[in-house]
Write a protein that binds this ligand. Structure first.
Ligand code: GLU
Length: 475
């Protein structure tokens, strides 16, 4: 099995393209086949080197390694022309000298399709005359002569697909400037590269009968085709920038993990046939079968991506998250560089934050009150847990402070001290814990309070609680 991913470098790596790449990669890894990466760089007006770079970077970030390439379509132009010349020589293609404007005018005047006019004009130019005119330097395009009948093929996803050849115009395969056209180049390349399975987006389904006809005319064996349904936004419309980021690089920048993105993309239009949703790369490889690619479009659900990312974050070895978190902390103000540089301490912090975060950005944000002493207080949390009943809160804080001061600084001992105090006072532990949490983090929600105390350390924890008590106490 040889599959390929064949992006055009006319834009950044789109999530739809990334999913196509992923399905090909999964298939190659599952079947022990090879994945060929081919950059289809024949649209000179729209190609950009930076897009090629971004595509390669995006694939590497996702961990979708390829076995051959990157090959460039432009390197095959001489071969593309040879294929065109062969079709011409065999009478399966013809030179079209007509001027598109006059064809359009005649077609409009007669009320017929322009392709009919093109064909009629070609028929009156006999071969000898066509060759003379070409030799004299008159510009022409080469068109493939679509035979009569119908064209069908068996698609891995859609089953048998048929097209009436009447609906297919004689397509240009070589432009008048001598450049090959996509449908010809792709057939020539896929044959030359020994591709056995062409898995790509549904947007190419209408090209496939043309390509199948070209395979047959060139007498090249046809690959198996599989067309993957579109990705839609939540509103059921084709996914576009209106729905949020569509470039894979944007998700990298947002702190989505590559393994979460891969998991998410795999479930867009495919499922493992059981209840599993959170899956590692190797579980996906083991479970992948193209037969389970769904026929209907799938919806790009950002909420699900965030959820999957949270699950993969929690599963990640903390050491591998540290560089990502540090990178983001470096972009924020108010961190103490010594604390951020301390591996053991940072690991303890990320350990307690990663299990409740959805993105690396979340971790960096929640790390704020730990890595620095200047942090914002959530007004709602302060109003609710400090000022609703100041007198009682001050009393809780005072007693908590005394209990903590007397306590050994480890999570179990701290928990015992606080819970013991609550029962002694005849109140729920929340009465003590909520004001304490706000004092330590400024927030109503945080990791377990005893972990927070340990990671913050004795000195900082006591200082923050004292400071809060000073603000709450009614003097
Ligand atoms: N270069 C084409 C594209 O980016 C894909 C060609 C193919 O997969 O056949 O849409």
């Amino acid at each position: 099995m040889r599959v390929r991913f064949a992006p055009s470098p006319t834009g950044y790596l789109h999530v739809g393209g990334a999913r196509t790449a992923l399905f090909n990669w999964l298939l190659a890894r599952k079947e022990g086949g090879a994945l060929v990466l081919r950059i289809e760089d024949t649209d000179r007006a729209r190609n950009r080197d930076e897009h090629t770079e971004a595509i390669l970077h995006g694939l590497s970030w996702l961990g979708l390694d390829w076995d051959e390439g990157p090959l460039f379509q432009s390197e095959g132009v001489a071969r593309h022309r040879r294929d065109v010349l062969r079709l011409l020589a065999e009478g399966k293609a013809y030179r079209d000298f007509s001027d598109p404007e006059s064809v359009k005018a005649e077609a409009a005047a007669r009320g017929v399709h322009p392709s009919k006019v093109v064909r009629e004009r070609a028929v009156v130019v006999d071969e000898g005359e066509a060759e003379r005119r070409a030799a004299a330097g008159e510009p022409f395009a080469v068109r493939f002569r679509v035979p009569d009948g119908e064209t069908s093929f068996v698609d891995l996803v859609h089953g048998k697909v048929r097209f009436a050849n009447d609906d297919i115009d004689d397509l240009v395969i070589l432009r008048s400037d001598g450049t090959p056209v996509y449908n010809l180049a792709v057939v020539s390349d896929d044959h030359a590269h020994g591709i056995t399975h062409v898995i790509r987006g549904d947007d190419h389904l209408s090209n496939t009968p043309k390509q199948v006809l070209l395979y047959r005319a060139l007498e090249y064996p046809e690959p198996v085709f599989g067309h993957v349904p579109l990705i839609l936004g939540a509103d059921g419309k084709r996914l576009s920038k209106r729905h949020g980021a569509t470039a894979v690089g944007d998700y990298e920048a947002q702190g989505i993990l590559p393994e979460a993105m891969v998991n998410f993309l795999a479930l867009l239009g495919w499922n493992p046939g059981d209840e599993r949703e959170v899956m590692t790369r190797s579980e996906l490889v083991d479970a992948f079968t193209p037969e389970r690619i769904l026929k209907k479009s799938s919806v790009f659900d950002l909420e699900k991506l965030a959820w999957l990312n949270g699950r993969h974050l929690a599963a990640r070895a903390t050491a591998t998250l540290l560089p990502l978190v540090r990178e983001r902390l470096a972009a924020r103000t108010g961190s103490d560089p010594d604390r951020v540089a301390d591996d053991a301490w940072m690991s303890a912090l990320v350990d307690i934050l990663k299990v409740r975060a959805r993105t690396v950005d979340d971790i960096a944000e929640q790390a704020g009150p730990f890595v620095g002493d200047e942090f914002p207080f959530d007004e709602g949390a302060v109003a609710k847990h400090w000022y609703k009943d100041r007198e009682a809160t001050a009393a809780y804080m005072e007693r908590t402070l005394a209990a903590l001061r007397a306590c050994e600084w480890d999570a179990d001992a701290l928990e015992e001290a606080v819970r013991g105090l609550a029962s002694e006072m005849g109140v729920g532990a929340g009465k003590l814990i909520h004001p304490l949490r706000v004092a330590l983090t400024g927030q109503a929600a945080s990791p377990g309070i005893f972990d927070v105390l340990v990671v913050l350390g004795r000195k900082r924890s006591l200082a923050r609680l004292e400071n809060a008590l000073g603000r709450v106490r009614v003097t």
